[in-house]
Design a protein around this ligand. Structure first.
Ligand code: CS2
Ligand code: MG
Length: 402
Protein backbone atom coordinates (compact mmCIF):
# COMPACT_ATOMS: atom_id res chain seq x y z
CA UNK A 1 0.00 0.00 0.00
CA UNK A 2 1.07 3.62 -0.47
CA UNK A 3 0.14 6.94 1.17
CA UNK A 4 -0.69 9.48 -1.55
CA UNK A 5 -2.15 12.39 0.42
CA UNK A 6 -2.93 13.64 3.91
CA UNK A 7 -5.04 16.60 4.98
CA UNK A 8 -5.53 18.29 8.33
CA UNK A 9 -9.17 19.14 9.00
CA UNK A 10 -10.35 21.61 11.65
CA UNK A 11 -13.93 21.85 12.86
CA UNK A 12 -15.72 23.36 15.83
CA UNK A 13 -19.08 21.66 16.57
CA UNK A 14 -19.29 23.39 19.94
CA UNK A 15 -15.54 22.96 20.59
CA UNK A 16 -12.47 22.68 18.31
CA UNK A 17 -11.28 19.34 16.93
CA UNK A 18 -8.33 18.67 14.62
CA UNK A 19 -8.40 15.57 12.45
CA UNK A 20 -5.74 14.06 10.20
CA UNK A 21 -7.04 12.13 7.19
CA UNK A 22 -4.52 9.96 5.33
CA UNK A 23 -5.41 8.73 1.84
CA UNK A 24 -3.88 5.68 0.13
CA UNK A 25 -3.42 4.70 -3.52
CA UNK A 26 -5.88 1.84 -2.91
CA UNK A 27 -8.65 4.29 -1.93
CA UNK A 28 -8.62 3.38 1.76
CA UNK A 29 -8.30 6.35 4.13
CA UNK A 30 -7.48 6.52 7.84
CA UNK A 31 -8.42 9.06 10.50
CA UNK A 32 -6.38 10.32 13.47
CA UNK A 33 -7.30 12.76 16.24
CA UNK A 34 -4.85 15.66 16.51
CA UNK A 35 -6.68 17.81 19.04
CA UNK A 36 -4.69 19.63 21.73
CA UNK A 37 -7.16 21.70 23.77
CA UNK A 38 -6.29 25.41 23.64
CA UNK A 39 -3.27 24.90 21.34
CA UNK A 40 -4.99 23.29 18.33
CA UNK A 41 -3.37 25.35 15.58
CA UNK A 42 0.15 24.51 16.77
CA UNK A 43 -0.55 20.87 15.91
CA UNK A 44 -2.23 21.83 12.61
CA UNK A 45 0.91 23.67 11.53
CA UNK A 46 3.24 20.94 12.81
CA UNK A 47 1.37 18.34 10.79
CA UNK A 48 0.87 20.35 7.58
CA UNK A 49 4.38 21.89 7.41
CA UNK A 50 6.60 19.25 8.96
CA UNK A 51 4.96 15.81 9.02
CA UNK A 52 2.70 15.36 5.97
CA UNK A 53 5.49 15.88 3.38
CA UNK A 54 7.51 13.09 5.05
CA UNK A 55 4.79 10.42 4.99
CA UNK A 56 3.70 10.76 1.36
CA UNK A 57 4.84 7.64 -0.51
CA UNK A 58 5.27 5.57 2.70
CA UNK A 59 3.59 2.18 3.21
CA UNK A 60 0.87 2.72 5.88
CA UNK A 61 1.49 -0.78 7.26
CA UNK A 62 4.93 0.32 8.50
CA UNK A 63 3.55 1.80 11.72
CA UNK A 64 6.66 1.11 13.83
CA UNK A 65 9.17 2.59 11.39
CA UNK A 66 6.99 5.62 10.65
CA UNK A 67 6.61 6.21 14.40
CA UNK A 68 10.39 6.00 14.95
CA UNK A 69 11.02 8.20 11.91
CA UNK A 70 8.68 10.95 13.20
CA UNK A 71 9.95 10.66 16.81
CA UNK A 72 13.71 10.41 16.25
CA UNK A 73 13.74 12.28 12.94
CA UNK A 74 12.34 15.47 14.49
CA UNK A 75 15.56 15.80 16.53
CA UNK A 76 13.56 18.00 18.96
CA UNK A 77 11.89 15.15 20.80
CA UNK A 78 8.66 14.83 22.72
CA UNK A 79 6.26 17.37 24.15
CA UNK A 80 2.51 17.76 23.62
CA UNK A 81 2.54 19.24 20.10
CA UNK A 82 4.98 16.74 18.60
CA UNK A 83 3.47 13.70 20.31
CA UNK A 84 -0.09 14.71 19.42
CA UNK A 85 0.95 15.03 15.77
CA UNK A 86 2.69 11.64 15.85
CA UNK A 87 -0.38 10.17 17.57
CA UNK A 88 -2.66 11.43 14.80
CA UNK A 89 -0.52 9.77 12.13
CA UNK A 90 -0.33 6.56 14.16
CA UNK A 91 -4.09 6.35 14.74
CA UNK A 92 -4.78 6.95 11.04
CA UNK A 93 -2.30 4.23 10.01
CA UNK A 94 -3.85 1.67 12.37
CA UNK A 95 -7.27 2.66 10.99
CA UNK A 96 -6.00 2.00 7.44
CA UNK A 97 -4.42 -1.31 8.50
CA UNK A 98 -7.67 -2.55 10.02
CA UNK A 99 -9.72 -1.47 7.01
CA UNK A 100 -7.25 -3.06 4.56
CA UNK A 101 -7.36 -6.34 6.53
CA UNK A 102 -11.13 -6.01 7.04
CA UNK A 103 -10.88 -6.39 10.81
CA UNK A 104 -11.36 -4.17 13.91
CA UNK A 105 -8.05 -2.73 15.15
CA UNK A 106 -8.34 -4.62 18.46
CA UNK A 107 -7.72 -7.83 16.50
CA UNK A 108 -4.33 -6.41 15.48
CA UNK A 109 -3.48 -5.58 19.11
CA UNK A 110 -3.86 -9.06 20.56
CA UNK A 111 -7.60 -9.51 20.18
CA UNK A 112 -10.16 -9.06 22.93
CA UNK A 113 -9.03 -9.60 26.53
CA UNK A 114 -12.57 -8.72 27.71
CA UNK A 115 -15.96 -8.18 26.12
CA UNK A 116 -16.62 -4.65 27.34
CA UNK A 117 -14.80 -1.62 28.70
CA UNK A 118 -15.65 -0.23 32.17
CA UNK A 119 -16.11 3.55 32.01
CA UNK A 120 -16.67 6.42 34.42
CA UNK A 121 -18.71 9.57 33.97
CA UNK A 122 -18.29 13.07 35.41
CA UNK A 123 -20.75 14.29 38.03
CA UNK A 124 -20.34 17.85 39.19
CA UNK A 125 -22.29 20.38 41.23
CA UNK A 126 -21.96 23.79 42.82
CA UNK A 127 -22.25 22.16 46.26
CA UNK A 128 -22.34 18.72 47.86
CA UNK A 129 -26.11 18.37 47.51
CA UNK A 130 -26.13 19.15 43.79
CA UNK A 131 -23.09 16.94 43.18
CA UNK A 132 -24.85 14.07 44.93
CA UNK A 133 -27.92 14.60 42.75
CA UNK A 134 -25.70 14.51 39.65
CA UNK A 135 -24.04 11.27 40.81
CA UNK A 136 -27.54 9.79 41.15
CA UNK A 137 -28.24 10.69 37.49
CA UNK A 138 -25.14 8.75 36.37
CA UNK A 139 -26.14 5.78 38.50
CA UNK A 140 -29.57 5.92 36.87
CA UNK A 141 -27.85 5.87 33.44
CA UNK A 142 -26.18 2.62 34.47
CA UNK A 143 -22.68 3.85 35.34
CA UNK A 144 -20.73 1.67 37.78
CA UNK A 145 -18.12 4.40 38.31
CA UNK A 146 -18.57 8.14 38.72
CA UNK A 147 -16.08 10.97 39.17
CA UNK A 148 -17.37 13.62 41.56
CA UNK A 149 -16.27 17.26 41.62
CA UNK A 150 -17.92 19.96 43.71
CA UNK A 151 -17.77 23.69 44.19
CA UNK A 152 -15.70 24.91 47.15
CA UNK A 153 -17.38 27.25 49.66
CA UNK A 154 -16.10 30.78 49.19
CA UNK A 155 -14.68 30.17 45.71
CA UNK A 156 -16.59 31.60 42.73
CA UNK A 157 -15.22 28.91 40.39
CA UNK A 158 -13.15 25.77 40.49
CA UNK A 159 -12.05 22.93 38.23
CA UNK A 160 -14.64 20.45 37.09
CA UNK A 161 -17.79 22.38 38.03
CA UNK A 162 -19.75 23.75 35.10
CA UNK A 163 -23.23 24.96 34.15
CA UNK A 164 -23.49 22.24 31.51
CA UNK A 165 -23.60 18.92 33.35
CA UNK A 166 -23.36 16.11 30.83
CA UNK A 167 -21.05 17.81 28.32
CA UNK A 168 -18.58 19.62 30.55
CA UNK A 169 -16.14 21.53 28.30
CA UNK A 170 -13.69 23.87 30.06
CA UNK A 171 -12.29 25.68 27.01
CA UNK A 172 -13.84 29.09 26.27
CA UNK A 173 -13.51 31.57 23.39
CA UNK A 174 -11.90 34.90 24.18
CA UNK A 175 -8.86 35.13 26.46
CA UNK A 176 -8.39 32.56 29.24
CA UNK A 177 -10.98 32.88 32.03
CA UNK A 178 -9.35 33.33 35.47
CA UNK A 179 -10.33 30.93 38.26
CA UNK A 180 -9.55 31.46 41.95
CA UNK A 181 -8.22 28.78 44.27
CA UNK A 182 -7.77 27.99 47.95
CA UNK A 183 -6.04 24.74 48.80
CA UNK A 184 -7.00 25.17 52.45
CA UNK A 185 -10.72 25.41 51.68
CA UNK A 186 -10.45 22.55 49.20
CA UNK A 187 -8.73 20.17 51.64
CA UNK A 188 -11.37 20.87 54.29
CA UNK A 189 -14.30 20.40 51.91
CA UNK A 190 -13.60 17.40 49.64
CA UNK A 191 -13.64 14.74 52.40
CA UNK A 192 -17.16 15.94 53.32
CA UNK A 193 -18.27 15.34 49.71
CA UNK A 194 -17.17 11.71 49.73
CA UNK A 195 -18.51 11.08 53.22
CA UNK A 196 -21.93 12.18 51.89
CA UNK A 197 -21.59 10.12 48.69
CA UNK A 198 -20.71 6.94 50.56
CA UNK A 199 -23.63 7.47 52.96
CA UNK A 200 -25.97 8.03 49.99
CA UNK A 201 -24.75 5.45 47.48
CA UNK A 202 -23.11 2.80 49.67
CA UNK A 203 -19.83 0.99 49.09
CA UNK A 204 -20.23 -0.64 45.69
CA UNK A 205 -20.26 2.44 43.46
CA UNK A 206 -16.73 3.29 42.24
CA UNK A 207 -16.03 6.92 43.18
CA UNK A 208 -13.21 8.92 41.62
CA UNK A 209 -11.87 12.43 42.14
CA UNK A 210 -9.55 14.74 40.21
CA UNK A 211 -7.36 17.17 42.19
CA UNK A 212 -6.21 18.56 38.84
CA UNK A 213 -2.53 19.23 39.63
CA UNK A 214 -3.23 21.56 42.55
CA UNK A 215 -1.58 20.08 45.61
CA UNK A 216 1.93 19.71 46.98
CA UNK A 217 3.01 16.16 47.83
CA UNK A 218 2.33 16.51 51.54
CA UNK A 219 -1.07 18.12 50.86
CA UNK A 220 -1.87 15.22 48.52
CA UNK A 221 -0.80 12.82 51.28
CA UNK A 222 -3.17 14.58 53.70
CA UNK A 223 -6.06 14.40 51.20
CA UNK A 224 -5.32 10.75 50.40
CA UNK A 225 -5.37 9.85 54.09
CA UNK A 226 -8.61 11.78 54.71
CA UNK A 227 -10.29 9.92 51.82
CA UNK A 228 -9.20 6.42 52.91
CA UNK A 229 -12.44 5.69 54.84
CA UNK A 230 -14.36 6.31 51.58
CA UNK A 231 -12.15 3.95 49.53
CA UNK A 232 -12.00 5.88 46.24
CA UNK A 233 -11.29 4.07 43.00
CA UNK A 234 -8.61 6.75 42.49
CA UNK A 235 -7.40 10.23 43.36
CA UNK A 236 -6.21 11.79 40.10
CA UNK A 237 -3.53 14.34 39.30
CA UNK A 238 -2.97 15.09 42.97
CA UNK A 239 0.34 16.84 42.21
CA UNK A 240 1.94 18.08 39.00
CA UNK A 241 4.48 15.42 38.08
CA UNK A 242 7.44 17.07 36.43
CA UNK A 243 9.11 15.86 39.61
CA UNK A 244 8.09 12.21 39.41
CA UNK A 245 9.95 11.42 42.66
CA UNK A 246 7.59 13.78 44.51
CA UNK A 247 5.06 10.98 44.53
CA UNK A 248 7.29 8.98 46.91
CA UNK A 249 6.00 11.30 49.65
CA UNK A 250 2.34 10.78 48.70
CA UNK A 251 2.77 7.03 48.35
CA UNK A 252 4.44 6.78 51.75
CA UNK A 253 1.43 8.25 53.56
CA UNK A 254 -1.72 6.90 51.96
CA UNK A 255 -3.39 3.82 50.50
CA UNK A 256 -5.78 5.85 48.36
CA UNK A 257 -5.06 4.67 44.78
CA UNK A 258 -3.30 7.32 42.66
CA UNK A 259 -3.87 8.09 38.97
CA UNK A 260 -1.68 10.35 36.88
CA UNK A 261 -0.68 11.16 33.36
CA UNK A 262 -3.30 12.77 31.13
CA UNK A 263 -0.81 15.58 30.37
CA UNK A 264 2.11 13.18 29.79
CA UNK A 265 3.45 12.68 26.28
CA UNK A 266 5.85 9.76 26.42
CA UNK A 267 7.08 6.95 28.64
CA UNK A 268 9.88 9.25 29.84
CA UNK A 269 7.26 11.33 31.67
CA UNK A 270 6.24 8.33 33.77
CA UNK A 271 9.01 5.72 33.93
CA UNK A 272 9.94 6.47 37.56
CA UNK A 273 6.27 6.63 38.61
CA UNK A 274 5.70 3.21 37.03
CA UNK A 275 8.92 1.37 37.92
CA UNK A 276 8.78 2.55 41.56
CA UNK A 277 5.06 1.75 41.72
CA UNK A 278 4.29 5.29 42.88
CA UNK A 279 0.96 5.23 41.04
CA UNK A 280 -1.80 2.69 40.45
CA UNK A 281 -3.25 3.99 37.15
CA UNK A 282 -1.50 5.60 34.20
CA UNK A 283 -3.83 8.11 32.57
CA UNK A 284 -1.89 8.69 29.36
CA UNK A 285 -4.09 8.86 26.33
CA UNK A 286 -3.58 7.81 22.73
CA UNK A 287 -3.94 11.31 21.24
CA UNK A 288 -1.36 13.04 23.49
CA UNK A 289 1.20 10.27 23.95
CA UNK A 290 2.24 9.25 20.49
CA UNK A 291 -0.64 7.00 19.48
CA UNK A 292 -1.47 3.31 19.83
CA UNK A 293 2.08 2.23 18.96
CA UNK A 294 3.63 4.09 21.91
CA UNK A 295 0.82 3.57 24.40
CA UNK A 296 1.03 -0.21 23.86
CA UNK A 297 4.66 -0.06 25.00
CA UNK A 298 3.74 2.03 28.04
CA UNK A 299 0.98 -0.43 28.99
CA UNK A 300 3.43 -3.32 28.65
CA UNK A 301 5.91 -1.65 31.03
CA UNK A 302 3.10 -0.75 33.44
CA UNK A 303 1.85 -4.34 33.48
CA UNK A 304 5.16 -5.54 34.97
CA UNK A 305 4.78 -3.07 37.87
CA UNK A 306 1.13 -3.73 38.77
CA UNK A 307 0.05 -0.42 37.18
CA UNK A 308 -3.22 -0.42 35.26
CA UNK A 309 -4.42 1.92 32.53
CA UNK A 310 -7.07 4.60 32.99
CA UNK A 311 -7.02 6.54 29.72
CA UNK A 312 -8.08 10.16 29.64
CA UNK A 313 -11.35 10.57 27.75
CA UNK A 314 -12.58 14.14 28.10
CA UNK A 315 -14.73 16.04 25.60
CA UNK A 316 -11.62 17.61 24.05
CA UNK A 317 -10.53 14.20 22.79
CA UNK A 318 -12.55 13.56 19.64
CA UNK A 319 -14.62 10.42 19.00
CA UNK A 320 -11.64 9.19 16.94
CA UNK A 321 -9.57 9.15 20.13
CA UNK A 322 -12.40 7.47 22.02
CA UNK A 323 -12.68 4.80 19.32
CA UNK A 324 -8.91 4.21 19.30
CA UNK A 325 -8.87 4.05 23.10
CA UNK A 326 -11.57 1.38 23.12
CA UNK A 327 -9.65 -0.86 20.72
CA UNK A 328 -6.60 -0.41 22.99
CA UNK A 329 -8.62 -0.84 26.23
CA UNK A 330 -10.41 -4.02 25.17
CA UNK A 331 -7.18 -5.73 24.11
CA UNK A 332 -4.49 -4.96 26.71
CA UNK A 333 -4.18 -7.16 29.81
CA UNK A 334 -3.79 -4.43 32.46
CA UNK A 335 -6.82 -2.34 31.58
CA UNK A 336 -8.21 -0.41 34.55
CA UNK A 337 -10.96 1.96 33.49
CA UNK A 338 -11.79 4.38 30.65
CA UNK A 339 -12.92 7.96 31.16
CA UNK A 340 -16.04 8.69 29.14
CA UNK A 341 -17.19 12.30 28.97
CA UNK A 342 -19.98 12.32 26.44
CA UNK A 343 -19.72 14.39 23.27
CA UNK A 344 -22.61 16.54 22.13
CA UNK A 345 -24.95 15.38 19.36
CA UNK A 346 -23.33 17.97 17.03
CA UNK A 347 -19.93 16.36 17.61
CA UNK A 348 -21.26 12.83 17.23
CA UNK A 349 -22.89 13.87 13.92
CA UNK A 350 -19.52 15.08 12.59
CA UNK A 351 -17.83 11.89 13.83
CA UNK A 352 -20.25 8.99 13.27
CA UNK A 353 -18.91 5.94 15.13
CA UNK A 354 -19.54 2.29 15.94
CA UNK A 355 -18.79 2.39 19.69
CA UNK A 356 -21.74 2.43 22.04
CA UNK A 357 -22.56 2.69 25.74
CA UNK A 358 -24.52 0.04 27.59
CA UNK A 359 -25.00 -0.56 31.32
CA UNK A 360 -21.88 1.28 32.49
CA UNK A 361 -19.57 -0.05 29.77
CA UNK A 362 -18.44 1.01 26.30
CA UNK A 363 -18.11 -1.38 23.39
CA UNK A 364 -15.87 -0.55 20.39
CA UNK A 365 -18.15 -2.23 17.88
CA UNK A 366 -16.70 -4.57 15.26
CA UNK A 367 -16.31 -2.39 12.17
CA UNK A 368 -12.99 -2.74 10.30
CA UNK A 369 -10.36 -0.22 11.45
CA UNK A 370 -11.26 2.10 14.32
CA UNK A 371 -14.96 2.22 13.41
CA UNK A 372 -15.27 6.00 13.24
CA UNK A 373 -15.79 8.37 10.30
CA UNK A 374 -15.72 12.11 9.58
CA UNK A 375 -18.49 14.02 7.79
CA UNK A 376 -16.41 16.58 5.88
CA UNK A 377 -19.37 18.58 4.56
CA UNK A 378 -21.02 18.86 7.97
CA UNK A 379 -17.67 19.65 9.62
CA UNK A 380 -17.14 22.58 7.27
CA UNK A 381 -20.24 24.22 8.73
CA UNK A 382 -18.41 24.66 12.06
CA UNK A 383 -15.41 26.99 11.58
CA UNK A 384 -12.49 27.07 14.02
CA UNK A 385 -12.91 29.47 16.94
CA UNK A 386 -9.83 30.08 19.09
CA UNK A 387 -10.49 28.99 22.64
CA UNK A 388 -8.42 28.75 25.81
CA UNK A 389 -8.49 26.65 28.92
CA UNK A 390 -8.89 28.74 32.08
CA UNK A 391 -5.95 29.87 34.17
CA UNK A 392 -5.95 29.66 37.96
CA UNK A 393 -4.70 31.96 40.69
CA UNK A 394 -4.50 31.54 44.44
CA UNK A 395 -6.53 34.01 46.49
CA UNK A 396 -3.45 36.22 46.93
CA UNK A 397 -3.05 36.40 43.13
CA UNK A 398 -0.22 33.89 42.82
CA UNK A 399 -0.41 32.06 39.48
CA UNK A 400 -1.21 28.41 40.10
CA UNK A 401 -2.14 25.24 38.21
CA UNK A 402 -5.55 25.07 36.61
C1 CS2 B 1 -9.77 16.46 33.17
C2 CS2 B 1 -9.90 17.01 31.78
O1 CS2 B 1 -11.06 14.70 32.33
C3 CS2 B 1 -10.19 15.01 33.17
O2 CS2 B 1 -9.68 14.24 33.97
O3 CS2 B 1 -8.50 16.58 33.73
O4 CS2 B 1 -11.22 17.39 31.61
C4 CS2 B 1 -9.01 18.18 31.44
O5 CS2 B 1 -9.32 19.26 32.30
C5 CS2 B 1 -9.26 18.58 29.99
O6 CS2 B 1 -9.04 17.46 29.17
C6 CS2 B 1 -8.35 19.70 29.58
O7 CS2 B 1 -8.57 20.01 28.22
MG1 MG C 1 -7.98 14.91 34.89
Amino acid sequence: MKIIAADVLVTCPGRNFVTLRIQTEEGIYGLGDATLNGREMAVVSYLREHVVPCIIGRDPFETEDIWQYLYRGAYWRGGPVTMTAIAAVDMALWDIKGKALNTPVYNLLGGKSRNRVLVYGHANGVDIAETSDEVAKYVALGYKAVRAQTGIPGLSSTYGVAQEKLYYEPAATGLPPENLWSTEQYLLHVPKLFERLRLTFGDDLHLLHDAHHRLTPIQAARLGKSLEPHHLFWLEDAVTAELQEGFRIVRHHTTTPLALGEVFNSIWDAHILITEQLIDYIRMTIVHSGGITHLKKIAALAEIYHVQTGCHGATDLSPISMAAALHFDISIHNFGIQEYMRHTKETDDVFPHAYYFADGYLHPGDKPGLGVDYDVKLAERFPYARAYLPVNRKLDGTMWNW
